[in-house]
Design a protein around this ligand. Structure first.
Ligand code: FAD
Ligand code: SF4
Length: 495
């Protein structure tokens, strides 16, 4: 699209995902704080706080170079103007909004590969699955990251078999230093007061705790968070990537998704920083490769799939016939009624921080929702609203595809369902739980273990043709107490 004015006369309107230097070419800028964005659906308070804090901090940094609008709707700030340009925004709705108004659109930024790069790669895969692992190799080869000539560093592209170890036994925490948290300032205090006022007016519905703010709201804070990760947690990232400990909510994770999704950090720079640690002999290849894959592989891949699969992908299919509404405990982030320790702790952590680490998202929350047939679209939107790093683009491939298998197998070849044995192996949750992960029938039957069989029973007709599910389904048919387990889960009142 070309705007009505020459490029050097335009004001650049930046969105909440475009708040760092990567999106700034030195000209006049505009930020619009539209209250309606916060009032569409219930939102985690920590998320609303982070978004507002990041936008207002950016405005303070830009000073006279920025117009800052506090309005009800975007249209109040942009309608009737012919001097605006944007870097292509990150959701279908925002892209439609700017195109309808004839605003000049520049190519998107904030990812390692461009949409054009992905389109070229996808075209070479015609008729085949678009596998993350294949995409990742192409990006490694194209960027030269962790490559020695045309060979991968260490002789392999993927070091996962060295990773994914269970947490240390009898340790409440990994024993790493506490992350260095940002220090709140008067902008955060103003944001908190505004959120109180909006809540009193009934203009927004906020759930969960607000603060202290744990995630970076400025490029400088984001740089410090990256340096802190490299210094204190990177070396343990790989081995403990999938481990969970009751008393350690961050484990060795980077906590960088929110600053990257806000546009405060350039993901390529993040990966280059981490790869440099390997080349300097400061960090093991297994951790560095695992982390690199999460960003230049997974993060870019789900971004491109958001566009590639189309706007209808989110709502288009419900392959496992999941129609249950989300329970109050999820919607209010109130774990009081939940006895299952793994789920209780994960929801409680979300209440406190608006964040959970990957395996909690996939194998606790996602697994639970899958087993209980929660409506995938409602679940997708709940993840967007309740996580500080939740965005429309990141969720469909992760939730509709990978976690809920609602797309019938486009993103993942089989549903990510598992019983309590996986959680027992990868965490210390089960030791202090009223349920027993080995038991599927009776008072102390683990709701994940029994729920797994009840799930297979429910979806059996829909997944019969999936050869990767042949073994689990054969196990289900051999289950002597199948009917009793299914009946128990249908009437379960303790969870
Ligand atoms: P780390 O564990 O340190 O990983 C490093 C980085 O890799 C992350 O910061 C992230 O940018 C990237 N990454 C890793 N896996 C993925 C993935 N599957 N998709 C996209 N990026 C990935 N990520 C979000 O950014 N926002 C979300 O709202 C979000 N929701 C998720 C919901 C579900 C059900 C699942 C299964 C995954 C979701 N993810 C999401 C991906 C991943 O769980 C988070 O990026 C990660 O937990 C964020 O914490 P971290 O920054 O410490 O990540
Ligand atoms: Fe979760 Fe079951 Fe373990 Fe309890 S026993 S923590 S419900 S997996």
């Amino acid at each position: 699209t070309s705007g009505a004015r020459a490029a050097d006369e335009r004001t650049r309107w930046v969105f909440a995902g475009q708040l760092g230097p990567l999106f700034d070419d030195g000209g006049p800028m505009m930020i619009v704080e539209a209250r309606s964005v916060f009032g569409r659906r219930p939102m985690h308070r920590a998320k609303a706080h982070l978004l507002l804090s990041a936008m207002r901090h950016r405005a303070a940094e830009l000073g006279e170079r920025v117009e800052y609008h506090r309005v009800e709707r975007y249209s109040e700030a942009v309608d009737g103007r012919d001097d605006l340009e944007v870097i292509d925004p990150t959701s279908w709705a925002a892209r439609r909004f700017v195109r309808r108004r004839g605003i000049a659109v520049l190519p998107s930024r904030g990812f390692v590969t461009s949409e054009a790069d992905f389109a070229v790669w996808a075209a070479t895969r015609a008729g085949k699955r678009l596998l993350m692992e294949d995409f990742y190799r192409t990006v490694r080869e194209r960027t030269g990251l962790l490559m020695r000539g045309d060979q991968p560093e260490g002789g392999r592209f993927n070091f996962d078999h060295d990773n994914r170890t269970p947490p240390p036994k009898n340790a409440a925490r990994l024993g790493l230093p506490d992350p260095r948290w940002p220090v709140e300032d008067e902008i955060d205090q103003e944001v908190r007061a505004d959120l109180d006022a909006w809540q009193c007016d009934g203009r927004v519905t906020l759930v969960g705790d607000d603060g202290p703010r744990r995630f970076a709201a400025t490029p400088a804070e984001a740089e410090r968070a990256l340096a802190d990760f490299v210094e204190s947690r990177l070396n343990d990232f790989g081995p403990f990537e999938d481990a969970m400990l009751d008393g350690d909510w961050t484990m060795a994770h980077s906590l960088l998704s929110a600053p990257m999704n806000l546009g405060l950090l350039d993901p390529l720079q993040v990966v280059e920083t981490v790869v440099a640690e390997y080349h300097a002999g400061n960090a093991p290849l297994s951790s560095v490769e695992g982390f690199t894959r999460q960003i230049i592989g997974w993060r870019d891949y789900v971004w491109h799939l958001y566009w590639h699969l189309g706007e209808g992908y989110r709502t288009g299919s419900n392959a496992l016939g999941a129609h249950q509404p989300l329970p109050e405990a999820f919607r209010q982030l109130d774990p009081a009624a939940i006895e299952a320790n793994c789920l209780h702790e994960t929801i409680d952590g979300m209440r406190r921080h608006g964040w959970a680490h990957h395996i909690q998202r996939l194998m606790v929350l996602g697994n639970w929702a899958l087993q209980h047939g929660y409506d995938p679209v409602a679940l997708n939107d709940w993840f967007v609203d309740m996580f500080v790093d939740g965005t429309p683009w990141v969720m469909p491939a992760n939730v509709i595809g990978m976690s809920q298998h609602a797309d019938g197998g486009i993103v993942a070849t089989k549903p990510y369902a598992s019983g309590g044995a996986y959680i027992a192996k990868m965490s210390d949750y089960c030791g202090s739980c009223v349920f027993d992960p080995k038991v599927r029938l009776g008072e102390n039957a683990c709701p994940f273990t029994a729920g797994y069989w009840a799930f297979l029973d429910r979806v059996e007709p829909r997944i019969r043709g999936n050869h990767r599910m042949a073994q689990p389904l054969a196990g289900l048919r051999r289950l002597a107490d199948r009917d009793a387990v299914v009946d128990q889960e249908r009437h379960r009142d303790r969870w």
